[in-house]
Design a binder for this molecule. Structure first.
Ligand code: ADP
Ligand code: ZN
Ligand code: ZN
Length: 774
């Protein structure tokens, strides 16, 4: 028997499968989706088995597979197919796309793989393994790895596979690394280890510190050297989620109609266009329930930021333990745990962010992508897959429906729905029949004329005050963090720029530093112009910090919270902020995009958009769409419960169709204009657009290569439109120069050429190519 193997090397020559002989003792054990070790050149390399076959076309002598990593295949045929698709469609290597499908814990980290090996042993195989020692492989020195692996193969070792749902810092567990014959160097350390060994159980950290008198530094050192590990048992369901009562709502007439029109046993793509609060989630949950009662399973993707306790609580309340929620707060081992549960078929519903599309759930009865307009479904690093693309494929594989839900579908999807490629389902009203909030537009040019130089217009100011006096909450949104957007000398006009990027530095007032938002470069704020020495420095434009300050000036007694990536670095910060605002421990929330999504606060009656124009001026084909989505989403935060909400949008461009459509909550109106622009510019959905970025340190070289590539594409192109190369919107980023080539209406010949060119630069020291599909 032979196996086709993809070698884990990211290199053009190797981006194809190689045939190997399956040694007889591994016949019937090695399967499609197993990982193996194979001799490759002079080395041994990891590889993925793509296919098993009994003949080979290769004439020269073949080598044998030297080892099997996974006793149970880690991927199934569906994923192997998907990897192939990603590799071709999204211009990446096979092994890169295969990597993306495997939980991080098992990605070539030796000790984890060993865990997986023993974990996945069948009971029948396990009998052949003599139980000798138990070790936990959390920290095995490199030189011991081969010995250990042999030991395992000989059956002399059983690996402690206990992986808890853990987080650091509550309990101490002892790591049985007696195999290493090492002892800690400090007396206290030895002491504590002996103590733990004797206790023969995990102990609470606080007990060990307070009752036994071991200092935190002794404990930390032991941990650092791999003698112990610290963990915290995580509650399966957080407090908030536990207390959530499943609402027993009966569907309204509109929902009923839509609910009934979805067919569970048919592969169709539905676009559920429903305003925020129209009851989409309620429908998702009902369809999922139905799919499950047919004996099937469900996969639902949501944007990471929506994975707040809010949505998970709803799902836990209705579906109990048959659900797995995959979000970025899970530790690597928790993710691995969940992955195993799913693989074993213990999970009926997977809810997760983008990468949950690779959850090994089978027998799908329905796939749902909520907020399907979100850019976060597109992975921006290699492999640059689009999770919605893959969702369409998975639904097809299982012959089940796919539901794309959004209040503001992307024009591409809406177009497909109108053309009949997707089935359009519309929920134009909120479930509680509350009208969408009234939106008023403030012309910032008028404010300037009237001498108001603050970021808050008179109208917004009065609304804020009134809202506060009514003991209601408000949200202010501004798409830019920091204090001011740039710093300029009044005398000579010099703008302070990042030395590494072609962008101006943002002033951060609290810390008095200037920051580059692209590369993270920071410097202490200047008091004099670096060019002419003048001390007349002005701070131009406003960021969330300045907005926060302005709010505090207007309402000094109000409690103001800020939510942006400057003050929120961890998901738990986000949650803390979320809970504070939810419990009305703050009156006003100021923030960036983070405030526009997924938040559902009953008491919010005012939403202010400090500057709607920022989003309009990005140089992407869908900038208007993104801006409209943002305005609609943020407006949707107001007046969700009993009280009416209102929205104030500040802009310098009040006549803009995006602003006008947002004012009237007029998705159709927006769409009609947008689709005309797309058509005129031959942009999606009217053509597929591919952007090739040529990146490198040496500007001449980058430019030359960019021209070289563009010419090569033009040579094979008959009808494609190839624009550029031009300097990218941000030409210099992190000391690297960026040129872009736009390919519209790419024909097969051009696509083939790109697939050919892309890997050529893979191992190039000077030039990087980044290829993105739109
Ligand atoms: P969406 O997902 O479209 O934003 P949700 O499904 O979250 O909307 O519904 C918004 C709110 O309306 C929720 O509090 C939900 O419980 C409630 N809701 C949904 N459907 C109904 C209904 N038929 N009757 C009463 N309340 C409903
Ligand atoms: Zn100057
Ligand atoms: Zn920079």
């Amino acid at each position: 028997m032979y196996a086709e193997v993809i070698i884990d090397i990211k290199n053009k020559q190797v981006n194809r499968s190689f045939d190997y002989i399956i040694p007889s003792y591994l016949e019937g054990i090695i399967a499609v989706g197993s990982r193996v070790y194979v001799p490759f050149g002079k080395q041994k390399r990891m590889g993925y088995v793509l296919k098993i076959k009994d003949t080979t076309e290769v004439v020269r002598e073949l080598k044998e597979i030297s080892d099997l990593i996974d006793y149970k295949p880690i991927l199934n045929e569906e994923f192997i197919e998907m990897a192939k698709y990603i590799a071709i469609h999204d211009f990446s290597f096979y092994s890169t796309s295969l990597d993306a499908m495997i939980p991080q814990a098992l990605r070539m980290k030796y000790e984890k793989i060993v865990k997986w090996v023993t974990d996945s042993l069948d009971d029948s195989l396990k009998k052949h393994f003599k139980l000798k020692k138990e070790v936990s492989l959390s920290r095995i020195p490199k030189d011991l790895e081969p010995i250990l692996f042999k030991e395992i193969k000989l059956g002399n070792l059983v690996i402690d596979t206990r992986i808890k749902r853990v987080r650091k810092d509550k309990y101490i567990t002892y790591i049985h690394n007696n195999l290493l014959n090492q002892r800690p160097s400090s007396k206290k350390g030895i002491d504590l280890l002996n103590y733990l060994e004797e206790a023969n159980q995990d102990l609470e950290l606080s007990y060990v510190v307070n009752e036994c008198g071991y200092s935190k530094s002794v404990i930390d050192t032991l941990e650092k050297n791999g003698f112990i590990s610290l963990y915290k048992l995580e509650a399966e369901v957080e407090e908030d989620e536990k207390n959530y009562k499943d609402k027993d709502v009966s569907l309204n007439d509109m929902q009923k109609k839509i609910y009934a029109s979805l067919k569970l046993n048919e592969n169709k793509v539905y676009l559920l266009h429903g305003v925020t609060g129209s009851g989409k989630t309620e429908l998702y949950m009902r369809w999922i329930k139905d799919a499950i009662s047919l004996g099937k399973k469900a996969l639902m993707l949501v944007p990471e930021i929506s994975l707040t306790p809010q949505i998970t609580a709803q799902f836990y309340a209705r579906f109990k333990e048959s659900i797995a929620v995959l979000h970025s707060r899970l530790t690597i081992s928790e993710k691995y745990d969940e992955w195993k549960r799913i693989l074993n078929g213990d999970v009926k519903i997977v809810v997760g962010a983008r990468s949950a599309i690779f959850a090994p759930i089978k027998d799908l009865g329905i796939v749902i992508v909520d907020e399907c307009h979100e850019a976060s479904y597109k992975q921006s690093n290699n492999p640059k897959y689009n999770a919605i693309d893959l969702a369409i494929r998975r639904a097809k594989t299982y012959n089940c429906p796919l539901v794309l839900g959004s209040a503001t579908p992307n024009a591409e999807d809406y177009y497909k729905a109108l053309e009949g490629e997707y089935t359009l389902l519309s929920l134009p009203l909120r479930a509680n029949l509350k009208p969408l909030p009234k939106v008023s537009i403030v012309d910032l040019r008028e404010e300037l004329k009237n001498g108001n130089r603050t970021p808050i217009s008179n109208e917004l100011k009065n609304a804020l005050i009134q809202c506060y006096q009514n003991k209601e909450q408000s949200i202010l949104f501004l798409n830019r963090r920091g204090y001011s957007s740039f710093v300029q000398c009044r005398s000579c006009g010099e703008v302070i720029k990042c030395p590494h990027c072609d962008v101006s530095l943002t002033y951060h007032g609290k810390t008095n530093i200037l920051k580059c938002h692209y590369c993270g470069y920071q410097m202490i704020n200047v008091s004099k112009c670096m060019k002419c020495g003048s001390d007349k420095i002005r701070y131009v434009g406003s960021g969330t910090e300045k907005l926060e300050e302005a709010v505090k000036k207007i309402l000094p007694e109000a409690r103001v919270l800020r939510l942006d990536t400057d003050c929120i670095t961890k998901m738990s910060d986000y949650e803390e902020c979320y809970h504070k605002f939810k419990n009305h421990e703050a009156d006003i929330l100021v923030g960036t995009q983070m405030v526009t999504k997924g938040l559902d606060f009953e008491n919010v009656t005012l939403v202010g958009v400090a500057n709607a124009d920022i989003a309009l001026h990005y140089p992407t084909f869908d900038a208007n769409q993104v801006a409209f989505n943002l305005l609609e989403q943020v407006a949707g935060r107001a007046g969700r419960a009993k009280r009416d909400g209102r929205v104030i949008i500040q802009t310098y461009d009040p006549k803009n169709y995006v602003i006008q459509a947002a004012k009237n909550h007029d998705y159709e109106g927006f769409y009609k204009k947008e689709i005309l622009f797309r058509k005129a510019a031959l942009m999606p959905p009217f053509s597929e657009s591919i952007e090739i970025e040529v990146i490198g340190k040496n500007i001449t070289k980058v430019k030359a290569e960019a021209f070289h590539i563009a010419n090569a594409l033009r040579e094979v192109s008959k009808s494609s439109v190839i624009l550029g190369p031009t300097e990218a919107f941000i030409f210099k980023k992190k000391d690297l120069y960026h040129y872009t080539i736009q390919v519209q209406a790419a024909e097969d010949a051009v696509l083939d050429k790109i697939s050919y060119i892309y890997p050529l630069y893979q191992n190039d020291k000077d030039i990087t190519l980044s290829i993105t599909r739109r």
